[in-house]
Design a protein around this ligand. Structure first.
Ligand code: CA
Length: 436
């Protein structure tokens, strides 16, 4: 689970911190919305750059001293939050500052991955095949989970596939040390301190021993990568042994917890996340925005059809989404799309989960071609687009390189004024069209 601001190129969560903050939704990289997502499917953790051993060890020593002092202060705050001293003693035994965690936290890519590149990995033929095997091997548990929570088992399995490659890559970092390091580091200190306190509550409740409590470097735990606060709010003991065990080889509790999480946020059984559609040539791309919802019948009146040319059944109100701009596939998306967003806000992630689940149900690949000719644009190019929009009087609030709703609206306004299709999609061509 990760939190990304909605944006076109939101793609890459190398080391996606699944952070579903209790009720606020998954919030991991909450303030780092410029990061791209790409839960590079099999890459839960990025590879570290090699670095001089000497330098690293010097820095580690300096940081470790500060870290010790920080822990002493943190212990008082944790006790106020209800953590008992023996829990703290056990949890912090042998915990050290972890410079590798901070390196990973700082390791941001300048380039966003395009959604099609992300999906090539996220829903690769191997991923689909492994998913079918995983569904097969866990069919009894998944059927019971579906019956209990009313969440399609293929959707639960798809999240499992994207978060940990069906349990193969769950993250082996000792959680208390990673979270304490990130909380001490302070870039998102408040968020990680909250996660650390939640992790200690989990240990205190006896669900897992401190040493066995492992996760990604950024605190996402188990088969479906729950952040500690999400775990406290949503994890369930489905096996009935009294422990909510999302760390063990047996994925049952983790999968049930994911279903419980989606149910909590309003999953509608039987409703698709989205349906690939064909738009008529006359379709105005400015209608493709989340805020504009219509019934499928109303969309049908606009000429919107599924890929077989049929009207889309009435699953509820829907928006049209053009995740690769006007030149790429179009989807009619329903409320369940927003439920999957509770795991990770990026369109690429949600479509990855949704499409993988469709494939696990036996559905076809996405039919329309992606506009693969569009090269990824860098963070500095995204800022340059914002600067040029601003200069031309198309209100961009902040030059931050984040293509969020505000920037997308400004792009659409510019496109309209220039007689271009207003799809709001940032490309190299757009940058050129904006002039200097
Ligand atoms: Ca259990």
């Amino acid at each position: 689970m990760t939190h990304w601001i909605k944006g076109w190129l939101a793609v890459i969560a190398i080391a996606t911190p699944v952070a579903a903050a209790a009720d606020a939704g998954p919030t991991l990289r909450s303030d780092s919305t410029s990061e791209v997502i790409v839960a590079a499917a099999n890459v839960v953790r990025p590879v570290l750059r090699p670095e001089g051993v000497q330098r690293a060890s010097e820095r580690l020593a300096a940081s470790d001293a500060g870290f010790r002092t920080w822990i002493a202060g943190f212990r008082s705050r944790a006790i106020v939050a209800g953590i008992r001293k023996p829990t703290l003693d056990a949890a912090f035994a042998g915990v050290r500052y972890d410079a590798g965690v901070i390196r990973r936290d700082r390791n941001q890519s300048e380039f966003s991955k395009q959604i099609w590149d992300y999906l090539d990995t996220a829903v690769s033929p191997a991923r689909v095949a492994n998913g079918r095997k995983a569904l097969d091997h866990n069919s009894a548990a998944l059927d019971q989970i579906e019956a209990r929570f009313g969440v399609d088992k293929e959707v639960v399995a798809a999240i499992w596939g994207l978060e940990s490659a069906f349990g193969a890559v769950r993250g082996g970092e000792p959680l208390i040390g990673s979270l304490a390091t990130l909380a001490y580091d302070g870039r998102r200190g408040e968020f990680f301190e909250e996660q650390l306190v939640a992790a200690l509550k989990i240990v205190q409740a006896g669900d897992v021993a401190p040493r066995a409590m492992t996760g990604s470097w950024a605190g996402a735990m188990g088969h479906t990568q729950f952040m500690p606060t999400s775990y406290l709010s949503h994890a369930v003991d489905f096996t009935g042994d009294g422990r909510r065990d999302i760390w063990s080889e047996d994925p049952t509790d983790a999968l049930a917890s994911t279903a419980a999480y989606l149910k909590h946020f309003g999953w509608t059984k039987g409703q698709p996340w989205g349906v690939e559609v064909r738009l008529p040539a006359s379709f105005d791309p400015s209608l493709a925005r989340r805020a504009l919802t219509r019934n499928p019948a109303e969309w049908a009146n606009e000429g919107v059809r599924d890929t077989a040319g049929r009207k889309v059944p009435n699953y509820g109100r829907a928006s049209i989404l053009l995740p690769g701009g006007s030149d790429g596939p179009a989807f009619m998306i329903f409320d369940n799309f927003a439920v999957i967003e509770r795991y990770n806000k990026a369109d690429a992630y949600v479509i990855g989960v949704g499409h993988l689940s469709d494939r696990l149900k036996g559905g076809p690949a996405i039919q329309a071609e992606w506009p693969r000719q569009h090269r990824a644009i860098s963070a500095s190019q995204r800022k340059e687009i914002q600067r040029r929009l601003q200069r031309r009087g198309f209100g961009v609030e902040k030059i931050d390189g984040i293509i969020g709703p505000n920037t997308i609206d400004a792009i659409r306004a510019f496109q309209k004024s220039a007689g271009l299709g207003a799809d709001g999609f940032p490309t190299q061509d757009l940058l050129t069209a904006l002039g200097r």
